[in-house]
Write a protein that binds this ligand. Structure first.
Ligand code: AMP
Length: 145
């Protein structure tokens, strides 16, 4: 199973935000949309990622002043990305080893979606249950030969 398969099932929509938006606006967006990250886009180009962890940290460090900090001052700019042909096992290892839970998917310079560790776990669980069903059918002799 590849990232392409996962996105085909999940959809290619993603939430983005302007770098000059405040942390408070970013927090409002992730709360309303029930998501954990926003892709920071400038003129349709991906320039960063900001997640709930980054927002949590800025509020912890600066208190309520942190609400007025700009997204560009807190976002991560060294973004690790995935591509449509990546295997789910590969992106799972990538996210686990690097300790982040969000992976923008790119086709050239265009963002074509985002996957979270939750999406990956769900896809792997579905795969396992399908495999399990085939194995059970095999054991009880459903298949000829
Ligand atoms: P997360 O676990 O996704 O909330 O992210 C933990 C930290 O890693 C935060 O500082 C994020 O900005 C950063 N981060 C999240 N996703 C990525 C990514 N794909 N590439 C680089 N950094 C990331």
């Amino acid at each position: 199973m590849t990232v392409r398969d996962l996105l085909n099932a999940k959809g290619r929509e993603f939430e983005s935000i302007d770098p000059d938006t405040t942390i408070k606006q970013a927090m409002t967006r992730i709360t309303q949309k029930r998501i954990g990250s926003l892709l920071v886009m400038q003129e349709e180009e991906l320039i960063g990622i900001i997640t709930e962890r980054d927002m949590f940290r800025v509020i912890l460090e600066r208190g309520t002043e942190g609400f007025n900090v700009k997204v560009r001052d807190v976002m991560t700019v060294n973004i690790v990305i995935g591509i449509l042909d990546d295997a789910i096992e590969e992106v799972s290892a990538l996210m686990t080893n690097n300790r982040f839970r969000h992976l923008p998917i790119m086709e050239g310079k265009t963002v074509v979606g985002i996957i979270s560790i939750g999406d990956v776990v769900k896809a792997q669980a579905q795969n396992l249950s399908i495999e399990n069903r085939y194995l059970k059918d095999f054991i009880i002799g459903k298949y000829p030969g």
